[in-house]
Design a protein around this ligand. Structure first.
Ligand SMILES: *Cc1c(COP(=O)(O)O)cnc(C)c1O
Length: 375
């Protein structure tokens, strides 16, 4: 049995629609007028299975991918069919592992010359150059060269040192997905000015994340967008900001009723006995819990059974939840926790709003105990 076979011995699973991801990628590129896509597949492709997702994107011509860590980069290198695939690492990485980055051709985001000094020593002589993604901090405050001089200095240093080669230059927007247009404009202007003054050719630039590609396409200024969220088909912005592109959700979450039983009026369910039946009622138990990423704050959330809306009642436990049933159902009946059932739909945005968080966080918390069934 494969690992997935073993995981599906419990009838709880996530479905990933690769066609939806391919369609979203092409639609967003068209909307933003982009020629190239850097597909952000960090954190197991936002929980969707990085192997399946990166290979599906490869099929439609994507050749650049972004991850967050060296581990993710090395793993992804093994999944990609050809050596010319480019892998960018967006977070700060320890320079002491620069030799591994050369071996696996991973392109680290770098914002300081000290990092380059240390990496040059680690890499030694006679190796292929390490491609550097010059990080420019224009207002995100996480990492990167944060002045005109610093950008220029970094670029000159990369050009002059045989250990390095420029792979790209980028910045990250803090407010592309909300209403703070002035802050966005400030970041964009700083990036454009600093990078132009440093003399870095445009083909190296990339800045647009999902929010930027959706809501600021006319301001992107580069041929390349660097997006994650929209690929997976969710709206990265505040709920009241509508997406101008119709996105197709890629993830679904399903389970099957494991127990169906009747509560008598006055009886309670789950830890803390927080839910008590007001009258006799049917309930069902599902084999999914917070250890799968169906977090406790999803208590009270709706689920879909045979096209009807039912609700999670009582506290969510580590491995099981209890749902209300407006009529008795067969054990084994499919329950939709995320996705479509008949004319009803639960979106990841709905779950996030209910739990007081964002879709990105919920998706990346879906745990390895949930098998990803690739459609
Ligand atoms: C995660 C990340 C992205 C992708 O952001 P989305 O809003 O999901 O498109 C792009 N750039 C950087 C630097 C990131 O860290």
């Amino acid at each position: 049995m494969t690992a997935t076979d073993l995981l599906t011995l419990r009838p709880t699973w996530m479905e990933v629609d690769l066609e939806a991801i391919q369609t979203n990628a092409l639609k967003v590129m068209k909307h933003a007028g982009a020629k190239n896509l850097i597909a952000v597949v960090k954190a197991n492709a936002y929980g969707h299975d990085v192997k399946a997702v990166s290979q599906a994107l490869w099929q439609i011509g994507v050749r650049r991918f972004a991850v967050a860590t060296i581990f993710e980069g090395i793993t992804l290198r093994e999944y990609l069919p050809q050596d010319d695939a480019r892998i960018i690492m967006l977070g700060v990485q320890p320079a002491e592992h620069a030799d591994l980055m050369v071996n696996y051709r991973l392109e680290p985001a770098v914002g300081t010359t000290e990092w380059l000094d240390q990496a040059a020593q680690v890499i030694g002589a006679g190796r292929p150059p390490l491609r550097i993604q010059l990080a420019v901090d224009t207002g995100m405050g996480r990492m990167g060269a944060n002045s005109e001089e610093a950008v220029s200095q970094m670029y000159q240093r990369i050009l002059a040192d045989e250990h390095f080669e420029l792979g790209g230059v980028f910045t990250h927007f803090a407010t592309a997905d909300d209403h703070n247009q002035a802050y966005y404009d400030g970041q964009r202007e700083r990036f454009t000015t600093w990078v132009e003054k440093a003399g870095i050719p445009r083909r190296y630039w990339h800045m647009a994340n999902s929010g930027s590609a959706l809501w600021h396409p006319e301001q992107i200024d580069t041929e390349t967008i660097r997006v994650g969220s929209v690929l997976y088909g969710f709206n990265p912005g505040a709920p009241e900001l509508k997406s101008p592109v119709e996105l197709q959700p890629a993830a679904g979450l399903y389970s099957r009723l494991g127990s169906v039983h009747e509560l008598k009026a006055g009886e309670s369910v789950s830890y803390g006995a927080t839910y008590t039946a007001k009258e006799d009622q049917w309930v069902g138990t599902l084999p999914i819990g917070y250890a799968d990423g169906y977090i406790r704050r999803l208590g009270g959330m709706k689920v879909l059974i045979n096209g009807r809306v039912e609700h999670v009642i009582g506290r969510i436990t580590m491995d099981q939840i209890i749902v209300s049933l407006s009529q008795p159902e067969e054990v084994g009946t499919k329950v939709t926790l995320l996705g479509r059932d008949g004319d009803q739909e639960i979106k990841i945005e709905d779950l996030a709003e209910h739990a007081g968080t964002i879709p990105h966080e919920l998706l990346t918390e879906f745990s390895s105990r949930l098998p990803r069934i690739i459609k």
